[in-house]
Write a protein that binds this ligand. Sequence first.
Ligand code: X2X
Length: 360
Amino acid sequence: MKKFAICCLFLALAAFIGLPGTSFADNYKGEYKLSVVPAASSGWGKSAQRFADLVRDKTNGRINIKVYPGGQLFAGKQTSEFPMLRNGAIDFALASTINWSPQVKELNLPALPFFIASEPDRYKAMDAIMAGQSGKMMRDAIESKGVKILGWGENGFRELTTSKGPVASPDDLKGMKIRVVGSPIFTETFRALGANPVNMNWSEATTGFQQGVVDGQENPTNGINIPLHIWDYHKHHSDWHYLIDPLLLGVNPKVWDSFTPEDQALLLEAAAEAELFSKALSRVGMDDGTAAAYLEKVGKQDEITDPYATMEQHGMVVTRITPEQLKAFYEQTRGVRDDWTQKIGPDLVKAAQDDMASVR
Ligand code: X2X
């Protein structure tokens, strides 16, 4: 009994003075909140959960991250996520460049219509941007606005789904009401294509599809459309890959600084693994087989293996856009790319062109 009391006293003292070797992460929170816009079942939600699981395992539970999917932390208004992360109301976010672009204009780069889509290998081009000078410029722009970046992820190339269709040319889109995210480059792109864009937060979008308030929408196939069962609302799919939605894993800088250097290194390790996982989920069945091989290697095969077959089995008509057809969309949106190149910064757009050219 006496030995027990001495032991307790020692442990209490060690916790109090923070002896090295003790695992008392004294200033750590019991739970860190990680924000995600769509549902837990989305590729995005699964990637966030993988990051949280990896962090828990690697830190022996010292850092406990809880994923809050469905925009819970910002009551559905997705463009509020960045300021909340910056001011500490949110600790971590696996976030879309689209939702942070109102605050960080450089993040409109991947949303330049048909910019990355027109490269010979769109996945290689995106990887070159993330790893290259243009990716660094985007990360630096975010960090200068007060959010620390740990790594990338991927929601995926965004495809068009509609209840009317098929859509293979700008003419086919004429007058269609298309739900878009509340970011001006999206509205301008759909106007340029002759459609009628309607701004809607993601939290309200499914109801909008259900009630037929809009005729279509655009989101990635593996990440969002299949988990959402988009075929319940839209029969047509056009694989135009018109722009990509990379994700960024961000953390509030004060939260980051509160971690020990050892734990910071483990968080970066987990972020790098979660990035590969996220890209693989977004690409499986649509790349050269790299994504499926990666998921198999880490023992995390996804239920989605052949996305086009899945959509067709559910009665969707998949329109495969040919390079010729893509040119018409590309030409029609030239003005949007030119205007937004000025807003984003011609230096950044040039850096992205150089990064993409290096892997052509
Ligand atoms: O709102 C969308 O379309 C979504 C879920 O993809 C984003 O958050 C950008």
